[in-house]
Design a protein around this ligand. Structure first.
Ligand code: BMA
Length: 379
């Protein structure tokens, strides 16, 4: 064999070997686009952070369902790079979700995001299958009742069937299934949801997760998901891992944390989140998972420099693939206050958000489109 052929063969071997070693999603049958998203997100997270916003295209403060509009785009000229969507309501065949977003519109937004190379993530504040009350109903120890052999297992399966239909029909203009970061049973270390820490044992939580993932992938052939494990508060590695369903069931390790007190006089948020990010940094490295800050924000952003002085500072050099702020619902009569987490045109933190947007690390739509994260790359 002459030298040129030897070199080509060697390159092929190195390429195949590195591909074998490369991280892969836990669903071994994950679609090509889902695998590529996983690898690219993992690689990007070494140096960059995607910025996300819940329900960004559906509504903002003072508007609803205006084609192409986004509060983030109104402020920066660019869309976010990751978008959160919520599917509570699907389980009871409602045409709209818990926050009144029509599922048909949501499907269309998810397609637009994928078509321009952005990322979609979905959460599910599903009702309590044992009594039809909301996700916040903690009056029953529901988890064991919906697992195999449980009284409400049939209902839960029916709900999963509906979710599977919805997830599978998410298709891009290229006809491919749209990869979704699926974040079920979120904020698991809190005790405000029926799957929370006071409502089930660690083992029951793990079983719920494993059952759900197996059902969706094996029974329903849903292969466009990356699974995101999501904590609320935690103070140690042990706590973070207590309910972790296992490396073969999780792609992304994440948590949620909100600013509640005035950051000018109280730095608890920064201290707490910095510590949580450190714990997650090391665990995600050890477990070979992608780390993320799945939900954060300061309701109504009353501190005009929150983005650079608190959020960017707190994130510091921690590794996260993305950070996502919650929805811009505007004034909520039921809460008697404004409920929004991203700036909008004229909002007090607008100028500071532009500084945050301009940070080298932050990725919004244009950069994510250039990265072509659904394509295979050689790193
Ligand atoms: C919560 C609030 C609620 C909303 C729920 C699900 O944090 O924003 O108003 O219904 O999320 O999106």
């Amino acid at each position: 064999m002459n030298n040129i052929y030897k070199t080509i063969l060697l390159c092929c071997c190195i390429f195949c070997f590195s591909d074998l070693l490369a991280q892969k999603p836990v669903d071994r049958k994950a679609s090509k686009q889902t695998k590529n998203l996983y690898k690219n997100l993992s690689k990007l997270s070494e140096t960059k952070i995607l910025f996300g916003h819940q329900d960004d295209l559906a509504y903002g403060v003072g508007w609803k369902y205006q084609d192409g509009r986004s509060d983030i785009k109104d402020v920066t000229g660019e869309y976010p790079s990751i978008y959160g969507w919520e599917i509570a309501g699907l389980e009871k065949d409602s045409p709209i979700n818990i926050d009144s977003v029509p599922f048909l519109k949501m499907q269309e937004y998810i397609r637009q995001v994928y078509d321009r190379g952005g990322v979609n993530t979905i959460s599910w504040h599903l009702d309590n299958p044992s009594n039809g009350k909301t996700a916040w109903d903690t009056t029953r120890l529901t988890v064991p009742l919906i697992l195999q052999g449980g009284k409400y297992n049939g209902i839960y399966n029916l709900w999963l069937d509906k979710v599977a239909v919805f997830l599978k029909q998410l298709k891009g203009s290229d006809g491919k299934a749209i990869p979704i970061i699926f974040r079920p049973f979120h904020e698991l270390s809190g005790s405000w949801f029926w799957w929370g820490k006071n409502q089930c044992s660690p083992d029951e939580y793990k079983k719920l997760w494993q059952y759900t993932a197996n059902y969706l992938s094996e029974k329903k052939n849903v292969h466009n998901l990356l699974y995101a494990y999501n904590m609320a508060d935690f103070t140690s590695r042990q706590e973070y891992l207590e309910r972790y369903p296992g490396d073969e069931y999780v792609d992304i390790m994440s948590f949620d944390a909100y600013q509640f007190t005035d950051p000018i006089t109280d730095n608890t948020f920064t201290l707490k989140v910095d510590k949580q990010l450190s714990i997650q940094d090391s665990l995600s490295k050890e477990h070979n998972k992608i780390p993320a800050f799945a939900e954060t924000g300061y309701e109504a952003v009353p501190y005009s420099e929150w983005w650079t002085k608190v959020l960017a500072k707190t994130i510091g050099n921690h590794r996260i693939a993305y950070v996502l702020v919650w929805r811009n619902a505007g004034f909520r009569p039921e809460y008697g206050k404004f409920h929004y987490y991203a700036p909008f045109k004229g909002q007090a933190s607008e100028t500071d958000f532009i500084k945050f947007y301009n940070l080298d690390k932050m990725i919004f739509q244009e950069k994510i489109s250039q990265h072509q994260i659904y394509r295979k790359k050689m790193f």
